[in-house]
Design a protein around this ligand. Structure first.
Ligand SMILES: [Zn+2]
Length: 129
């Protein structure tokens, strides 16, 4: 990979990492257990749902941050190998790396690894009853 390309990807990773860190964790209100305050029965399930959504979002962000840190580590330790598919050793197309600088596999190997479930594409119809 050209040094300029690598530098560009490194900057992308750093910008994204700073974004994730800067955004902080999504705070959510703890469910009030105070018996003296009358709990709005309509509100309770919604609060619970918000917590589930918030914690899932935190989890995704944590995962992304980990991937970014691993990618930055790889650039620091092995700049010459960065961008090579970890399975077949071919260069991952730069277009793919520009979208996902933390990608470790080329498209073919990634699909092989994620199996039939991962390969299945979601269609808009999946979200409509
Ligand atoms: Zn590959």
């Amino acid at each position: 990979m050209e040094p300029e390309e690598l530098e560009e990807l490194r900057e992308k990773l750093i910008v994204r990492r700073d974004e994730l860190i800067g955004a902080g964790d999504v705070e959510f209100e703890p469910v009030k257990k105070d018996p003296s305050s009358k709990v709005d029965e309509d509100e309770a399930p919604l609060t619970e749902m918000n917590q589930v959504i918030a914690s899932r979002r935190n989890k995704n962000r944590k995962l992304e941050l980990e991937r970014i840190n691993v990618a930055l580590q790889r650039i620091a330790n092995n700049p010459d190998e960065f961008g090579e598919c970890a399975a077949c050793g071919e260069m991952i197309p730069i277009k793919r790396l520009e979208l996902m600088p933390w990608a470790r596999y080329c498209v073919a190997c990634q699909e092989e690894r994620s199996g039939p479930r991962g390969r299945r594409r979601r269609h808009l119809a999946d979200f409509i009853d």
